[in-house]
Each structure stands twice: as C-alpha cells, then as structure tokens.
Design a protein around this ligand. Structure first.
Ligand code: SAH
Ligand code: SF4
Length: 352
C-alpha cells in the first residue's frame, strides 16, 4: 500500500532512493509538522522531485476524510476511507483548556467480541498500517489544529497489531514531526498479556490503560470472551512487570453498567487485583449501543460506586459522557460490515 505517512526520515530516504539525505528530513517535516496534503506544497524540494512524488504517490495521504461530525459538546468524529475503501473512525476530544486529544483506531473492527462494545459487532476486517494510524492524527490536525495527546481507544485492539502501532508511535514521537511525548500517548488494551510484556521489555514506554471492567474472573468472562484465556492473575503479573520496568501508573478502565459490576464482591475483587499496583481507576458510565443487553447506570449508581472506591482509598477519575451525539463516545465506534468493502486489504487476518 502506497503511503509515506508511516515512515521515519531515514526510511523516506531509502524508500524514495533520494540524495542528499536531508531531503528525507524535509519531506518528513512537510508531512508531519506542517501537515501539507499535496507534494506540490513542499516548496523547498526541487520541482522535478515534487513532480516525481506526485506521479508515484499522487497525494501525501493514502486515506481521505469522508465525513466530519461535530457534537454540541465539542467532540468531533471523522470517518476515514482507506486505500481499499475500508472505513475507520477517529475522534477529537478537547479539554477545558483547549488541549486536543486524538482518539485513534488500530484495526478496522475488532476480533475480541466484548459483549458491551459496538466495535465488536463488526468483527475484524483487518489491521491498520502505521501510515494509516498516523494519517488519522494528520487528518484531525488538518481539521482542528495541533494535537497534544493520542489515545489508542478507537476501534480495535492495539496490542494485536503492535508492530504497526509501535511504528506509528515512533513517527508521532519524532521531534521533527508531531513531537508528542511518550507520556502524552496511551495504549488501551483489553488485556493481551504477551503484548503488555513486550511493551515493558521493548517499549515504547507510553501510558498503559487496561479495560478491566471487573476484577471478578467469572463476571469478566461473561462480559469479555477473551478473558477465558487470560486469567486475572496472569494479567496482574503482567501489569506488575510493566510497572516495574516503566515506573508508570496504570489506568484501569471500569465501564460501569446498571446493576452488574458495582457489587460488594466487585469492590473486594478490585482491591485484591490492585494490591501491589499503582493505579487510577477511570469510571466510564456505559454508553448505550442499540441491540446490546445492558442498561446505562443511573447517576446515583455512578456516584455511589465512585464514593465506595474513594472510601476504600482507591484513586478514581470520571470520564465524561462526551461525543454521544455523534456516536463518537467510548465503545460507540463502528462502521457496519455492509458499508465496508467485500475484500479488504491484506494487512492482518480476517476473523470468521
Ligand atoms: N480494544 C481496546 C481499545 C479500544 S476500546 C480496549 O478494549 O481497551 C476503548 C474503551 O472503550 C475501552 O476501555 C472499552 O472498555 C470502552 N468501551 C467499550 N464499549 C463501551 C461502551 N459501550 N460504553 C463505554 N465504554 C465502552
Ligand atoms: Fe475490541 Fe476493545 Fe471493543 Fe473489546 S472493548 S471489542 S477489545 S475494541
């Protein structure tokens, strides 16, 4: 697939077979720092070279923005068409001080089938390439301005596409480009133990968030089929190892349903799970997804569970219900299979 967006300066030099070598730095800066979309705009490159690039690649991005939807609360969702017509979504979140966070997808769909998540209803079509991941940030930057944070909380399981995700992070972190610090990048995982260990050993040492949902093994298996092959004690050891290697506090994402995972035993299980970990528990009221058998928690339930955790000495934070007007809130991202191509590209496998 023809995309230059996922390449570092030195790789651009190799791929384009160019000299002098500083041309690689120049192209990288045009793409990532200045965010240009046409090679013709790269004014410090010789005209003949710009023509060659346009001939070979036509435009900088291999993907195009299809729709932009903005919610009343400032959240925006864009749908992006990839080179093979597959469609992914990315979301822009803005905090009170105007700092912008890009919430990006790592796969088209997801294979893990969590019973509460809209992305799960699509199954997995394919993995995204590093370039396609970086292009989500580029598209958001062109629409809304400089991006301060990146969170891998869109469609897909980033630790099942770790090569491409790591590569994208390297590009986003590069000082001549977006220059986004490792602490400003978060990978959210449903709990892929091998991926957590690999991150600890090899990096990138970005922030880690785990979709814990509940620390009760039986209940977790009901809510997340993948939990059957990932016992909580293995997950706990992997998190301990990650924390030892990186020194980073881990965020536990606790999607709260009406009357399911806010029982006394959930609190006790959570206390056991975090005994030797430094964590922040992010309480996320479940966002409704049509056809799924859950009810959103009442405000009083959220408040009571938060209070219970705080009284037990557990640090919590509350994620705002943002982006619901555009189906851009957590777990609401999905582009149904009948709007996707029949035969998506070849990166990664297609789940049954
Ligand atoms: N696959 C990764 C990252 C993408 S999901 C993971 O599961 O962590 C991003 C977050 O949205 C996860 O924390 C997930 O638990 C949460 N989520 C999924 N469905 C949701 C829903 N309907 N309402 C609120 N949060 C949801
Ligand atoms: Fe996949 Fe994450 Fe959704 Fe589970 S919550 S189905 S792992 S995207």
């Amino acid at each position: 697939m023809n995309s230059l967006s996922g390449l570092l300066p030195v790789e651009l030099v190799e791929k384009l077979n160019i000299s002098p070598r500083f041309r690689g730095d120049q192209i990288f800066q045009w793409i990532h720092q200045k965010g240009v979309s046409e090679f013709e705009e790269m004014l410090n490159l010789p005209a003949s070279f710009r023509e060659r690039l346009t001939g070979e690649y036509s435009r900088v991005s291999s993907s195009t923005v299809e729709t932009v939807q903005q919610d009343k609360d400032g959240t925006a969702k864009i749908t992006i068409k990839l080179y093979d017509s597959a469609i992914v979504e990315a979301v822009l979140l803005e905090d009170e001080s105007g700092r912008k966070t890009a919430c990006v997808s790592s796969q088209v769909g997801c294979s893990l089938g969590c019973t509460f998540c809209r992305t799960a209803t699509m199954g997995l079509l394919r993995n995204l390439s590093a370039g396609e991941i970086v292009e989500q940030v580029l598209h958001l930057k062109r629409q809304f301005g400089t991006i301060a944070n990146v969170v891998f909380m869109g469609m897909g399981e980033p630790l099942l596409n770790l090569d491409e995700v790591s590569k994208a992070i390297e590009v986003l972190h590069h000082p001549d480009g977006h220059n986004i610090g490792m602490r400003k990048i978060t990978i959210s995982t449903s709990g892929i133990v091998s991926g957590i260990k690999r991150l600890a050993d090899e990096g990138p040492h970005v922030r880690l968030a785990l979709s814990l949902i509940t620390a009760d093994q039986q209940l977790r298996e009901k809510l997340m089929p993948m939990a059957k092959t990932t016992p909580l004690d293995e997950l706990q050891s992997a998190l301990q190892y990650h924390q030892k290697q990186t020194g980073r506090r881990i965020t536990l994402e606790y999607v709260l349903f009406h009357g399911i995972n806010n029982r006394q035993e959930d609190l006790r299980a959570l206390q056991r799970f975090i005994r030797s970990l430094k964590v922040l528990v992010n309480i996320i009221p479940w966002n409704p997804v049509e056809g799924l058998p859950y009810t959103e928690p009442q405000q009083s339930e959220v408040a009571a569970f938060t209070r219970t955790l705080e009284e037990a000495g557990i640090t919590t934070s509350r994620r705002f219900r943002r982006g619901r007007g555009v189906n851009g809130a957590c777990g609401q991202l999905a582009v149904p299979r009948n709007q996707q191509p029949q035969q998506p590209g070849t990166l990664g496998t297609i789940s049954p």
